[in-house]
Design a protein. Structure first.
Length: 322
């Protein structure tokens, strides 16, 4: 197992290198220039001033020179300096990343704790009225765009019913008491969490149902029942463990997608996390912030791919890695 993990970790290096190279190439060749932003704010700048600024920021250098400088600094722990916010990128990420992690984790837990039980129930009650209901619900769930759902939530719960805040992540005047600030944050998290998690909830629910239906028809499940084992033991000890194996890949690889999906969700709810920061960095040509977020998402993808493989061995003892 240890050799397998080391081998996979070494494979991360060329993968992340290619991600960084391709992303950096795309970003530096995007239409527009960071200096153009300065020109719009100060039309009296001369061509000589613009040239000096491009030289000062290193924008006059070839792509490969800028890339080598950037990656060498990253390997030393320096993510660069934001031209938009005038502070180091590390400082910005320390401020915004925890908010996105909280939102993405909340959406993940919300989707998981609802999808698995309902998927199991639908499989055990196949073709029942509730099975049809959850089937329709899942089709609607993963067919509805998250941004449209977010706008619908804002209209219903913030504008019409006025029971939840429309945007932001906390109140200006935090409630007093030990639980006051915590409950205030929860109120701001409810709508973005549901909007972000609903698509995954719907797809995981259908996948869990399909996996469970396939497993409960196997011969060893019939054998377990014929031995007189209780239905709960058969379902949760024998069937569920095997049904979860194919679901692991979908769930683990959905975690980076949840972080990626937060880009749109955070923008709609004006939630000051990495998603909103990512949009602002692209429109503002803030390459160092954009690259940091892209590499974070890339690292999440390859990491949870490995975690999914390791979970196979935990759930199914027949799987061994060497």
């Amino acid at each position: 197992m240890a050799k397998y993990i080391i081998k996979r970790l070494l494979q991360f290096i060329p993968v992340l290198f290619l991600i960084s190279l391709i992303s950096f190439f795309i970003l530096v060749n995007m239409p527009g220039d960071p200096i153009d932003q300065l020109l719009m704010s100060d039309p009296e700048m001369t061509a000589e001033d613009l040239q000096e600024l491009r030289k000062a920021y290193g924008l006059d250098q070839p792509f490969y020179v800028r890339y080598v400088k950037w990656i060498s600094k990253v390997l030393q722990g320096d993510l660069g300096f934001s031209r938009t916010y005038k502070i180091p990128v590390v400082t910005i990420l320390k401020r915004n990343m925890p908010r996105t992690i909280i939102l993405a984790t909340s959406a993940f837990i919300f989707a998981l704790i609802i999808a698995i039980p309902i998927g199991i129930y639908s499989a055990l009650k196949q073709y029942s009225l509730m099975d049809y209901f959850w089937t329709i619900f899942s089709f609607v769930g993963f067919s509805t765009p998250s941004h449209w759902l977010a706008l619908l939530f804002i209209y219903l719960f913030a504008v019409h019913l006025r029971i939840l805040p429309a945007a932001g992540y906390r109140s200006v005047d935090l409630p007093s008491g030990a639980l006051g600030p915590f409950l205030d944050r929860i109120r701001y998290l409810i709508m973005p969490t549901v909007a972000l998690g609903l698509i995954n909830l719907a797809s995981w629910m259908r996948y869990m149902r399909s996996c469970m239906l396939e497993v409960i028809r196997e011969d060893y499940i019939r054998t377990a029942r014929s031995k007189g084992l209780g239905e709960r033991v058969v379902i949760f000890k024998h069937a569920l463990r095997n049904a979860l194996i194919p679901l692991i890949t979908l769930v683990m690889l959905s975690i980076p997608a949840i972080f990626g999906g937060s880009i749109v969700t955070e923008q709609v709810f004006a939630y000051p996390g990495m998603g909103q920061l990512f949009i602002n960095s692209i429109t503002g040509h803030d390459t160092f912030i954009t690259m940091s977020i892209v590499m974070f998402l890339g690292t999440l993808t390859v990491t949870f791919n490995l975690i999914a493989d390791l979970f196979y061995a935990v759930i199914d003892p027949r799987i061994r890695y060497s």
